[in-house]
Design a protein. Structure first.
Length: 540
C-alpha cells in the first residue's frame, strides 16, 4: 500500500475542533500537490446519524452517493474541496452489523467472534477499502470521541495494529488536546495533555505530533515541557489558537509548521504550498465591505450545529458578495407567538431550512407569508420549500386545510405528499429517505437557470415527501413558476415566484455543495438579493 496514513485522535475534552484540524491539514497537504481523502470513525452504535435527533448530533451531512454522515464530513468536503462518499464515514454500528451478519451466514466457521480480532479486523478492512477505492496519496483518519472513552477503544486498537503492520514511516499519529489557562494562577496547564498522552501510550500508541488547543500562545518553555513529558520533539508540539474564521485555521497551522512535521514523520517530500487564493478568501471573510441580516427560522435553532452547512453556505455567499451575513436565529415556535413586524425588523432575507415533524410548521408558514407579502428575499430549503407551497395554497389558492401528509393525513388538499416509493418505508425509517445526488433540469429563462448559468445541475436530497403534481395547474394559474425538475420522475425540484425580487424554494439541499471559495449559486443570489433589499431599505 503506497498511501500514507494520518490518524487524528482527541484528548482531554470533546469539541476541540479535531475535525477542523484534520480538514485544515488536508487542505495544506492538497495545496502541496498531494491527493488527500479524509475519513471519520464514529464510536456510536447507530448505523448512521440519520435516525438521530439533531439535538443529539447536529446536522446530518449527505454525500453524493446518498450516505447520511457526521457533520465533520461536511467540514472535510469544504476544506479539501472533494466530494466524499459513504466510505468516508464508518460507525461502530456499521462495524458490528457487518460482523454479526457474517457470523449469521457462518462466515467465522465455528470460531468464537470477539472484539479482538474480529471487530478490529473489520475496522482495518474499512480503512483499507476506502484507500483502495479512493487511492489518495494520503488518507487522514479521524477517530471520533475522546481517548479514554470505552467506546473508541476498538478503533484505537485497530490503528495501533495498523502502524505495526504498515511500519512507522507509513503512519503519523496526531493527538489534539487542550491546554487550559488558569486565571487564578495566570498559567497555562500542561498536565491534562500529559495525562491524555499517557492514556494513549498505555494502549501502545505514541503520538508523533501534539496539537494543543489553547486560548493563549504557548511559549517555548511550555512546548518543550509538553515535548519532554509526552516523548515528542519540541517542534512537534503545535499550538492551535482561536481563529477569527474557521477558514483561517489552515493558515495558522501552516505558520506553526504542522504540515512540515507531518511530512517529516511520513518521510514525504517537503513542498511549498500556494496559499494565495485561500488567504485572500479568508481576508474577504474576516474583513467584508458590507453586511446583511438573514433570519433563519427553524425548529432546532438553539443548537446551531443542527444547521451547520446552511450557516457555512451563508458565510460562503457572504464571501462571494464581499459581505458579512449575520444570522438571526429564530425559533419557528416563537414566530407563532410574536408579532412578525417585530421579529423580522431589520431582517434582509428569510431562510427556512430542512426539518421533520410538526413542531414549528405554522411559525415557518408565517415567516414565508411575511417574506412573500413584504417582497423580502425568501429561500426555502427542502421543508422550507414545502412550507412555501402550503402557505401559498392556504392564502392565495384559498385552501385553508392545505397541508403536507407528513402532518395531516386527511387533508383534502395534500399539496405535499408522500413519494410513491416511500409508502412502505414508514416503519423502517433508517436510510430509506430519498437520499443523495439527483439530476435537476432548469427551465430556460428562470431565475434558477440564471443563477446557475447552466440548464442541468446535480443536487443532494434527503426527504420523503414531495410536491403533489395533481395540483400543478392550480398553482401555475395562481402564479407559481416550477423551474426545476427531476427529468426521470417528473418531481418538482424548484419553485419560484416571478412577481417577487427573490422567492425560491428547492426540494434539495444546496448547502451541502457550497464551498468557501466557491459559494453555491442560489445562496450567492439569495445574499445578493438580501444586500439589495438592505440598500433599498437603508435609502428609504
Ligand atoms: N420532512 C420533509 C420530508 O421528509 C422535509 C425533509 C427535509 O427538510 N430534509 O419530505
Amino acid at each position: 500500500m503506497d498511501t500514507k496514513l494520518i490518524f487524528v485522535t482527541g484528548g482531554v475534552v470533546s469539541s476541540l475542533g479535531k475535525g477542523i484540524t484534520a480538514a485544515a491539514l488536508g487542505r495544506l497537504l492538497k495545496e502541496r500537490g498531494y491527493s488527500v481523502s479524509i475519513m471519520k470513525l464514529d464510536p456510536y452504535l447507530n448505523v448512521d446519524p440519520g435516525t438521530m435527533n439533531p439535538y443529539q448530533h447536529g446536522e446530518v451531512f449527505v454525500t453524493d452517493d446518498g450516505a447520511e454522515t457526521d457533520l465533520d464530513i461536511g467540514h472535510y468536503e469544504r476544506f479539501i474541496n472533494e466530494d466524499l462518499t459513504k466510505l468516508n464515514n464508518t460507525t461502530t454500528g456499521q462495524i458490528y452489523s457487518a460482523v454479526l451478519d457474517r457470523e449469521r451466514r457462518g462466515g467465522y466457521q465455528g470460531g468464537t467472534v470477539q472484539v479482538i480480532p474480529h471487530i478490529t479486523d473489520e475496522i482495518k478492512l474499512r480503512i483499507r477499502k476506502a484507500i483502495q477505492k479512493l487511492e489518495p496519496d494520503i488518507m487522514i483518519v479521524e477517530i471520533g470521541g475522546t481517548v479514554g472513552d470505552i467506546e473508541s477503544q476498538p478503533f484505537l486498537e485497530s490503528i495501533r495494529q495498523l502502524r505495526t503492520q504498515l511500519g512507522s514511516r507509513q503512519c503519523c499519529f496526531i493527538h489534539v488536546t487542550l491546554v487550559p489557562y488558569l486565571s487564578a494562577s495566570g498559567e497555562l496547564k500542561t498536565k491534562p495533555t500529559q495525562h491524555s498522552v499517557k492514556e494513549l501510550q498505555s494502549i501502545g500508541i505514541q503520538p508523533d505530533v501534539i496539537v494543543c488547543r489553547s486560548d493563549y500562545p504557548l511559549d517555548k518553555g511550555i512546548r518543550s515541557k509538553i515535548g519532554l513529558f509526552c516523548n515528542v520533539p519540541e517542534e512537534n508540539v503545535i499550538e492551535n489558537l482561536n481563529a477569527r474564521s474557521l477558514y483561517e485555521v489552515p493558515l495558522m497551522l501552516e505558520e506553526r509548521g504542522l504540515c512540515r512535521v507531518v511530512l517529516n514523520t511520513l518521510d514525504l517530500e517537503q513542498r511549498e504550498p500556494d496559499l494565495t487564493a485561500w488567504s485572500s478568501m479568508v481576508n474577504d471573510d474576516i474583513d467584508p465591505d458590507r453586511e446583511c441580516c438573514i433570519a433563519l427560522v427553524g425548529k432546532y435553532v438553539e443548537l446551531h450545529d443542527a444547521y451547520l452547512s446552511v450557516a457555512e453556505a451563508l458565510r460562503h455567499s457572504g464571501i462571494a458578495n464581499h459581505a458579512r451575513v449575520n444570522i438571526r436565529w429564530i425559533a419557528a415556535e416563537d414566530v407563532e407567538k410574536g408579532d412578525p413586524n417585530e421579529i423580522f425588523k431589520g431582517v434582509d432575507g428569510i431562510l427556512v431550512p430542512g426539518g421533520f415533524g410538526e413542531r414549528g410548521l405554522e411559525g415557518m408558514m408565517i415567516a414565508a407569508r411575511y417574506a412573500r407579502d413584504h417582497k423580502l428575499p425568501y429561500f426555502g430549503i427542502c421543508l422550507g420549500m414545502q412550507i412555501a407551497v402550503i402557505e401559498y395554497a392556504r392564502h392565495i389558492l384559498g385552501w385553508a386545510d392545505a397541508h403536507s401528509t407528513e402532518v395531516d393525513f386527511n387533508t383534502k388538499h395534500p399539496v405535499i405528499n408522500l413519494m410513491e416509493d416511500q409508502v412502505n418505508n414508514l416503519e423502517r425509517i433508517g436510510g430509506t429517505l430519498r437520499l443523495g445526488s439527483y439530476t435537476c433540469h432548469l427551465e430556460p429563462g428562470s431565475l434558477a437557470e440564471k443563477l446557475y448559468g447552466t440548464s442541468e445541475v446535480h443536487e443532494r436530497h434527503r426527504h420523503r415527501y414531495e410536491f403533489n403534481n395533481d395540483f400543478i395547474e392550480d398553482f401555475r394559474t395562481a402564479g407559481v413558476n416550477f423551474t426545476g425538475w427531476n427529468p426521470r420522475r417528473g418531481l418538482v425540484e424548484i419553485i419560484e415566484l416571478p412577481d417577487h425580487p427573490f422567492f425560491v424554494g428547492v426540494q434539495f439541499h444546496p448547502e451541502f455543495k457550497s464551498r468557501p471559495d466557491d459559494a453555491h449559486p442560489i445562496f450567492k443570489g439569495f445574499t445578493a438579493a438580501a444586500l439589495e433589499y438592505r440598500s433599498g431599505n437603508l435609502e428609504n
